[in-house]
Design a protein around this ligand. Structure first.
Ligand SMILES: C[S@@+](CC[C@H](N)C(=O)[O-])C[C@H]1O[C@@H](n2cnc3c(N)ncnc32)[C@H](O)[C@@H]1O
Length: 383
């Protein structure tokens, strides 16, 4: 039966994607016995921004050329069916909290409350445990731990204890809470999502904050945001990114660290030498030079992406008091420097609305900084 459901989904995926998704994910009877056999990844996204985490993930998948299909989405939980041969790309993500190899959703009746859970017969968790045992290939390990994040009223520790006990009974594995061979990741959000946690080495964004670099200037943005901008640009290792207002090199550092070739330009010579120092500090070799962003197309063409945080005259200098005119000129310059289908990622305060009609506007995200400043990130594609 499981195999039949799976085959049915594969065969009809192209023709009736959404209908089937609805059927599968909204019918507990089907879903309770549905264990996906292919590489399905369960993402738990960061809650620090309402739209950026998912867009960043999509940007990385598209940049890496990974075919994927969104199978299911519930707030910060996403299940993707992806053709992934290796998972190193997961490390690029700045706004994903955890990734697991998805096993199952249990969409049956849930634990009504913690006290019920403690005395429950635990039919639901019994089923979840048997799905983990059957679909998680955990028997090849010696020890395991269950980690649960409850996004509903359930109690994480109670679920971990109950589910852990049942998996232990079924598998005979030992429980090791400090250094388990395998971690079963569970999310409770009015239904259970379970998977096998993938160890993704964490990036030290805090450690790379502007004040920790050899050359500091307060206009540089947080490295996490800089990484997200790079990821929104759909680039992969070996591609070329240009930041024509590079300042101290914050965006270039995040691009260079994932193997992207970086080119930076700044009109201010002090910034150019500062950015060179900063890149060197992280072992990144890049082409950083003095120049005017309004003329990049004269020296650079066929760039894979242009990613930049524009000066807007508050704490960084702009040579033209008419910011709209300045930005619009820059956008034409960037258009001519990009390859077809290349991305321009722009950051500007929300009140500035330059003309970017030559581009396809893919999306935009607003970042509240303080009472008088909200930055808008625009994702634009050259056609
Ligand atoms: C907001 S800052 C960029 C901050 C940068 N993302 C960082 O990590 O430091 C803008 C930069 O644009 C530079 N700039 C201003 N006008 C320029 C122009 N016409 N061409 C190139 N750079 C320019 C300024 O010198 C400043 O360093």
């Amino acid at each position: 039966m499981v195999y039949w459901v799976y085959q049915l989904i594969c065969r009809t995926r192209q023709s009736s994607k959404s209908y089937l998704k609805f059927q599968t994910f909204n019918n507990p009877k089907i879903f309770n016995i549905f264990i996906i056999k292919k590489m399905n990844l369960l993402f738990y996204l960061s809650g620090e921004h309402p739209t950026l985490p998912k867009s960043e993930l999509v940007g990385v998948l598209e940049g890496e050329g990974i075919d994927y299909m969104l199978e299911y989405e519930k707030d910060r939980l996403l299940i993707l069916n992806a053709d992934v041969e290796e998972i190193g790309f997961l490390r690029r993500l700045a706004m994903t909290r955890s990734v697991s190899k998805f096993i199952a959703i249990h969409a049956g009746a849930l634990l009504p409350s913690v006290s019920d859970l403690r005395s429950a017969t635990g039919d639901d968790l019994e089923e979840v445990a048997s799905q983990v045992h059957a679909g998680g290939k955990i028997s090849e390990f010696k020890t395991f731990a269950v980690r649960c994040k409850c996004l509903d009223d359930n109690d994480s520790m109670a679920v971990e204890k109950e589910l852990g006990g049942r998996i232990k009974e079924l598998s005979g594995l030992g429980v090791d809470l400090t250094a388990p061979d395998v971690t079963v990741q569970c999310f409770s959000d009015n239904e259970y999502f379970v998977g096998i946690k993938i160890d993704v080495p964490g990036e030290n964004f805090e450690g790379r904050k502007p004040q920790h670099r050899p050359y500091f200037h307060p206009t540089s943005m947080h490295p996490k945001i800089a990484r997200v901008l790079v990821n929104l640009a759909r680039v992969k290792a070996g591609d070329r990114i240009l930041d024509p207002f590079c300042g101290t090199g914050g965006i270039l550092i995040e691009a260079g660290l994932i193997g992207v070739k970086v080119i930076g330009l700044d009109i201010d010579g002090r910034m150019v030498s500062g950015a060179k120092k900063n890149l060197g500090f992280y072992g990144i070799s890049g082409d950083v030079r003095a120049g005017n962003a309004l003329e990049i197309y004269k020296k650079f063409q066929q760039m894979d992406a242009v990613v930049t945080d524009l000066p807007y005259g508050r704490s960084s200098f702009i040579p033209d008091p008419d910011l709209k005119r300045f930005c619009s000129k820059f956008i034409v310059s960037a258009y001519n420097a990009l390859k077809k289908e290349g991305y321009l990622i722009l950051v500007l305060p929300t009140e500035h609305k330059p003309d970017f009609s030559e581009f396809i506007a893919v999306e935009r995200h607003d970042l509240y900084i303080h009472k008088t400043l909200t930055r808008r990130i625009r994702v634009l594609r050259k056609v």
